[in-house]
Every structure is written in structure tokens, then in C-alpha cells.
Design a binder for this molecule. Structure first.
Ligand code: FAD
Length: 396
């Protein structure tokens, strides 16, 4: 948001407040390349000190503990920081398994600090239990498995990534993880834990299966960080409620990213936890605030996840789909799953097919009023790259 404001020619004062003692950094590598040591700490940071100085972005390290709307100020480090416009980008935090928090070997991949601790610990463990079959849990499972650690995932229902991907994609991902040696326990939960030295050394599942556990990783979703917004009287409802211009119930306060509950094209409120959503909303809002346009915010979701040899990429809204057509090549683990709603394409899920993903993103952003249907895709033998090229050539 801060850099985007400068790019849009904003010359006023920008104050960026961050409660963690680090320059703002990227979260996705924490469960991927940073955790397994493929990238260094410096590569996590969005910008370095020089950038903030030259762009006159004032960084305050401290926690905002209150928003005083009537004074147009926030409280941080026991001082008031005044604003003309306030943008809340508070993010979300991992949901906790409260019962197990007191044990020494229960971990969350939440932030840089917790990842550093986990990264060190990984060098000395043999058996890991992961609670949750979502993106973060599975990304971690792949890394642990690659390190030769016995990796067990506990999943409440009978499907991986149940909130985010189609049945087709979920099944491919499940089969790949199982064939790679990850042990997935579906329709199970922890029934009993065995403890020694304040650590859980074994878990007993609802299925009576027992698993040794040097460490337990919890990846059961996130909770929105909207506490200070709520206590200051801003409207919240599973997130800070914003209008079509990302403005909250206070005309001088905006919310973006994980913490914002915004109106989608389906006319329902939704909160997205993805880099695309945070970046798009920041870009939109900075150009809106600097008077570059008066448009309403329009969202087009896309997401990625790196799981072992699989680069999973999703463009569009999978939840809108009611049936899908899967194309692919199991030998190379390359797949494309086309999701339709009443014959119109609404999402494209890919594994190791980045060109198709990029074509889908282009299609959804540039041709959103003229999306292809099943017959048009059949005409192109489900070659989306070719279809998009043709559309571009003929400007349709
Ligand atoms: C392990 C992990 C892996 C992920 N992988 C992917 C992925 O593969 N693809 C993808 O698209 N997304 C992924 N995400 C999600 C993505 O990182 C988030 O959606 C994105 O970071 C949201 O940006 P944000 O600015 O809204 O919030 P954040 O990036 O969470 O930033 C919010 C910041 O606000 C600070 N803050 C909160 N409260 C206060 C306060 N009161 N005072 C001061 N500072 C405060 C926090 O410390 C934090 O630095 C992942 C997230 C995690 C944790």
C-alpha cells in the first residue's frame, strides 16, 4: 500500500506501523522455500531500509492498541499517531488448538519468529503429526517428507483442501502425496494424547490408530485480526466490513487484505486470505485515494501453492462451479481442471501447467463478460492457451 501510494504520485506523509520487529516480509515462503532453506532471510523482505528512507515512508515498530476515530488517531507505543486517512491491513492469525497450546512441541507456521523456531527443530525430529489438510499443513508435510521425517496428516473429513479446490483436484493431490509417502488419516481427529516432559510423544486417533509425534504442527485455518477495529466501533462481521470502495463504516478508515470483508461480484461478503487479494486491494485503494479513478473494486481471485513437485495454481472462483472437466497427464503430474457453472467457465485449476494458468488469468481479467463455455472449449480441444491467443488476435 505504502509503495503503491508513492507510485501513484502521493507526496504526503506515509506512516507504516508494524508490531513485529522486522521490516515487512512475505508470508508464503514461510511454509515453502524459506522453511526448507531454499531462500535466505533477506529474500523474505519486501523492501530494504534504503527503500523506506528514499521513499520517505516512516516505519514505526509497535502495536496499534486502539483507534480513536473521533480524534483521527491510533494509539501505538503509548502515543497518539494522527492520520487524515487510515488503512487497516491487519492480516489474520492461525486458529489455535487451545487444548494443546501448553505443550512444548506444538507449533504453528504463523510468522517469521515461529518459523525460525520450527526450522531449527526440524533438524532433530523423526516423526511429525500435522493437524489439518489445508494449504499450509500440506506444504509443510511435503517439506517434512522430503527431509525424511515420518509425516502423518490428520484430516477431519474425507477430502484434502476441502474449502478451496474441486473434488477432481483434491483427489489428484491426495494420490500424489500418498504415493510420495505422506501418511494421511482421513475422517479422524485426536482422541487422546500421551505426554512426557510437557511434550506430546504419541497421539491416539478417533480411528484407534496411534502415531508417534516428536512435533505437532497445527494448520487448521486462520482467524481474522479485527479486534481493534471492533473495539473502536467499526462494523465487523468475520472481518472489517468495507463497501465497494474498500471504505469501512468510518469514511476516513479503509481495510484491505486478509482482514477486509468485501462485497464480491456475487453480491455477498467475503474475506480472502491470499497475496493476490492483498496486493490487488492495495493497488486499487492507493490509486482511488490519489484520485486516479472512481471505479468500484472488482475482484478476480487467483492463488498458488507449492507442494513437493506440484505447483498448484487456481484462477477464478472454484466454489461457483457445479461440475468440471479434467484434462491431464499423470506421468508428468500435469493437470488442468476446468470448472463450469451452467456451462460457463468460472475457474481453472492447474497442476504444473503455468502457461494455462496465465492464460486463464488473462481470460478472467480481460474477457470477464465473455467467458468461454463448454462447447467453445471443446472446439479448441480444451487448449486454453490457444483459445486465449485467438481471442486476443481477434480482439474478442
Ligand atoms: C505460512 C503461510 C503461507 C501462505 N501461503 C500463501 C500462498 O502460497 N499463496 C497466497 O496467495 N497466500 C498465502 N498465504 C496468505 C498470505 O500470506 C496473506 O493472505 C497475505 O500476507 C495477507 O496480507 P495482509 O497484508 O492482509 O496481512 P499480513 O501479511 O498478515 O500482514 C499484516 C501485518 O499487520 C501486522 N499487525 C497486525 N495487527 C497489528 C497491530 N495491532 N499493530 C501493528 N501491526 C499489526 C502483523 O504483524 C502483520 O505483519 C500464506 C500465509 C501464511 C501464514
Amino acid at each position: 500500500m505504502a509503495s503503491s501510494l508513492r507510485q501513484n504520485g502521493f507526496h504526503g506523509r506515509i506512516i507504516l506501523i508494524e508490531k513485529q520487529p522486522f521490516y515487512p516480509y512475505q508470508r508464503p515462503p514461510l511454509s515453502k522455500s524459506y522453511l526448507c532453506g531454499d531462500i535466505k532471510l533477506e529474500q523474505l523482505f519486501f523492501r530494504n531500509e534504503h527503500f523506506y528512507k528514499t521513499n520517505k515512508i516512516e516505519l514505526i515498530f509497535g502495536e496499534v492498541t486502539a483507534i480513536l476515530k473521533e480524534k483521527k488517531a491510533v494509539v501505538c507505543n503509548n502515543q497518539m499517531v494522527f492520520y487524515d486517512e487510515l488503512v487497516l491491513a491487519l492480516g489474520s492469525v492461525p486458529k489455535k488448538l487451545e487444548l494443546y497450546n501448553k505443550f512444548n512441541n506444538v507449533y504453528y507456521i504463523a510468522d517469521l519468529h515461529s518459523t525460525e523456531i520450527l526450522k531449527k527443530k526440524l533438524t532433530e525430529v523423526k516423526d511429525v503429526v500435522i493437524v489439518g489438510g489445508g494449504f499450509v499443513g500440506l506444504e509443510f508435510a511435503c517439506i517434512a517428507n522430503k527431509l525424511g521425517i515420518n509425516t502423518h496428516v490428520i484430516v477431519k473429513n474425507n477430502k484434502l483442501l476441502s474449502r478451496s479446490v474441486s473434488n477432481n483436484l483434491s483427489e489428484i493431490i491426495r494420490n500424489k502425496h500418498i504415493s510420495d509417502g505422506i501418511q494421511i488419516n482421513f475422517e479422524s481427529s485426536i482422541d487422546k494424547i500421551l505426554i512426557s516432559n510437557n511434550s506430546i510423544y504419541k497421539v491416539k486417533l478417533s480411528t484407534s490408530h496411534e502415531i508417534k509425534s516428536d512435533i505437532i504442527i497445527v494448520g487448521i485455518g486462520s482467524i481474522v485480526n479485527d479486534g481493534i477495529a471492533f473495539s473502536s466501533g467499526l462494523k465487523t462481521d468475520n472481518g472489517i466490513v468495507v463497501n465497494e470502495y474498500l471504505c469501512t463504516s468510518d469514511p476516513n478508515i479503509y481495510a484491505i487484505g486478509d482482514c477486509a470483508s468485501f462485497l464480491t461480484e456475487l453480491n455477498e461478503y467475503s474475506r480472502l486470505e491470499s497475496v493476490q487479494n492483498a496486493v490487488d486491494q492495495a493497488k486499487y485503494l492507493s490509486s482511488w485515494l490519489t484520485g486516479h479513478h472512481k471505479d468500484k473494486y472488482k475482484s478476480f481471485p487467483w492463488f498458488w501453492s507449492d507442494q513437493g513437485e506440484m505447483k498448484i495454481q487456481i484462477a477464478g472462483n472454484v466454489k461457483q462451479g457445479n461440475y468440471s472437466v479434467l484434462k491431464g497427464c499423470p506421468t508428468n503430474t500435469c493437470y488442468v481442471n476446468y470448472c463450469f457453472n451452467k456451462k460457463t467457465l468460472v475457474a481453472v485449476e492447474t497442476i504444473n501447467s503455468t502457461l494455462v494458468h496465465m492464460a486463464a488469468r488473462q481470460l478472467f481479467t480481460q474477457n470477464s463478460n465473455n467467458l468461454p463455455d463448454l462447447y467453445e472449449l471443446q472446439k479448441y480441444s480444451f487448449d486454453l492457451v490457444k483459445l486465449v491467443k485467438e481471442k486476443n488476435k481477434h480482439n474478442i
